[in-house]
Write a protein of this length. Structure first.
Lengths: 368, 368
DNA sequence: GTTAGCACTCTCTAGGGGAGAGTGCTAACG
DNA sequence: CGTTAGCACTCTCCCCTAGAGAGTGCTAAC
């Protein structure tokens, strides 16, 4: 082994980020990835030939594997073990080796059929989407509700709950509902000099609706300056509701199929499991995904150490945004070991994101 | 060993459900439970004496242990191992051996302080409660939102979303908000012969509010018969919203501290883990808890096989209801291995349920 | 009733020894 | 010159064994 090769192997980093491969190398890499994804066992030259008729001898495969390892696409758990794809190997596979089919007709119909069970409420759609994703990819699935990226005031209402207490309900333009309870003291602060009977409250709500409809938080703030009668209410309550809605990027998360991940041999052993569960519980990795996904749209694949988050170095994400551009945006995708069935997961995520697009758009009406 | 003793051990069931114990037996049982809860290692007579000065010899402890095993309070993993409490042993411990302190002053203050961070929205309270429970008991915590057990119509509103689409928002008397989107076709069905401009919609909402305020689903149905103009809207939309709210017992669940459970040695090994995660994800066991908890109130402890659910045979639940009686009811509690720190978990659950009671009641105003 | 002594049982761990799979290298082959 | 067969070598995994350690139940003495 030359010194250069030695160095490259020690660092485990590729010499060239996007190497040009011979046909044979591509064939071998593809076979190794697919075999390893299937079996979770490091792939040896001989056993590979047992499953793939490559038309060459084990020795030839071995030399191809050695080259692929030199290029940083495969790696070696230990000297006398088979090869395992590196993150870069998976990356190359996903980019140019994978025979990615669209989801076949029966899968699409099955999924669409489940969605066509009408009368599902909003949340149930999301639950269903997560459940389908998880089942179809055998990974953990995550779906977030579609949210407007800038909350805009829609319609307000003041409702009496019990003696002295009122509820301010604001429907945002994206259809989300936010609310705040106001006890007597808070009401006095927000609406001074008022008897606070229902007819008066209705008048106040009507005034809010007339003045604020369609406005975002900064616009509301400016408008409030010209409305002395409503200024206190707006600054203490309405603004905070809107700002809260703006600040929350990922508010609620629907997860399914966590068990699928735990059953993978790479996570069956104790220690590795904990960080993943924490990630799924906290799910703040989603916030980091938002800018990436909104910038370009479509399905994004993040493999292993491509994740900035240390705890996710052995995890791949396949995520896509969905929703109506500039109106409401949600995230959906799957999460599993880097040893993932990409050719299955990617089309599934893509199909589900278009399906959710349709749902959102049909909700907002077919306007353009 | 007599034949009777042999039989009893073979079946592993106690001869008497609530045996009378000597002082020594009680002392030994308590020591075994507390030692095992702490160490997770089967407790031997000698090692027990190393940690508890019982003032007797190992042989005496052994004979007491043998009696306790005969009574079904302890069990034996294998012949030459120490003793482990049985479900019944834990039960007796919880009922009459445990020195249950109320949460001490500092704990109470710490918890109360976290809640006093004002401006938390409803959901954040629940998240916080789950997080406190999980942290304080080192178990998995579950909290459900308080829901009215019978939804009652509060206030309706029809909001325009986009061309042709409207949103019917109904605030229920318990403060929960339900909504349904209506596209053009659904609107035509629900409100025939109408131009559907905003002023007309406002009129319709006002009519609903005047007629239905405070009514439950069956009452709404009866009232609808006398309101031909609104009958279609009520029967197609309002009724289904109310019935949905009624049927959903546990709609949303806030969980925290799942990792705490996974770190327990009894679940660290692969197979046992899966059923627990599934339980926590589906959380339908909560529905079974509702009748039990509402019937009597207070903290309920369910140990191991006392659970009807097979998958929970090695799990203990400590749950309490919270809320305002006859108005809104929520559940909160913790879930962990039967080897649980009951003297810590029970007061914590109790304290948090009273705290949530206070929150709910202050929300509804201090009315009676 | 309590205790010391004792023989016995069972688990857990460490160490040794293949079996098996895989490798890299070399030399022959087409 | 790429490909292949052969070979010596390496490393893991699994099984087996043996011994240490902990704990038990029983018996006999206190």
């Amino acid at each position: 082994m030359t010194e250069e090769r030695q160095r490259s192997r020690d660092r485990g980093t590729p010499i060239r980020p996007a190497p040009e491969l011979t046909d044979r190398q591509r064939t071998v890499l593809r076979a190794v990835v697919e075999d390893y994804v299937l079996t979770a066992v490091p792939v040896g030259s001989k056993s590979l030939l047992g499953r793939y008729a490559l038309g060459v001898s084990p020795a030839t495969v071995r030399s191809a594997m050695a080259e692929l390892e030199f290029l940083g696409l495969l790696s070696h758990p230990h000297t006398s073990a088979g090869r395992v794809p590196s993150d870069l190997g998976y990356r190359l596979y996903v980019e140019s080796l994978m025979r990615e089919a669209e989801l076949d007709q029966t899968d699409r119909l099955t999924i669409r059929h489940q969605f066509s069970q009408v009368e599902l409420t909003n949340n149930e759609w999301l639950r269903l989407a997560a459940s389908i994703l998880a089942g179809s990819t055998r990974s953990a699935a995550v779906v977030t509700p579609a949210r407007s990226r800038r909350a805009r005031f829609g319609h307000a209402q003041l409702v009496s709950l019990a003696d002295g207490t009122r509820l301010l309900v604001v429907v945002l333009l994206d259809g989300n509902v936010v609310q705040r309870r106001l006890d007597r003291a808070a009401l006095q602060r927000a609406i001074p000099d008022s008897a606070l009977d229902q007819s008066e409250l209705d008048g106040i709500a009507a005034a809010l609706n007339a003045e604020l409809a369609g406005l975002s938080a900064p616009q509301v703030r400016r408008r409030a300056e010209k409305l002395p009668a409503l200024a206190a209410l707006i600054s203490t309550v309405v603004m905070s509701l809107l700002e809260e809605a703006d600040s929350v990027v990922v508010e609620e998360v629907f997860t399914d199929g966590i068990v699928n991940v735990l059953e993978q041999p790479e996570f069956a052993r104790g220690g590795k499991l904990r960080p993943i569960l924490e990630i799924l519980q906290r799910s703040d990795f989603l916030e980091q995904l938002v800018p990436v996904l909104t910038r370009s749209g479509g399905v994004h694949v993040i493999i292993g150490r491509e994740n900035t988050n240390d705890a996710m170095h052995e995890i791949s994400l396949i995520f896509a945004p969905y929703g109506a551009p500039d109106r409401a945006l949600g995230l959906l995708g799957v999460l599993g070991p880097t040893r993932m069935r990409y050719p299955r997961a990617i089309p599934t995520v893509r199909y589900l994101s278009t399906l959710m697009d349709e749902l959102i758009n049909s909700q907002y009406g077919e306007t353009q």
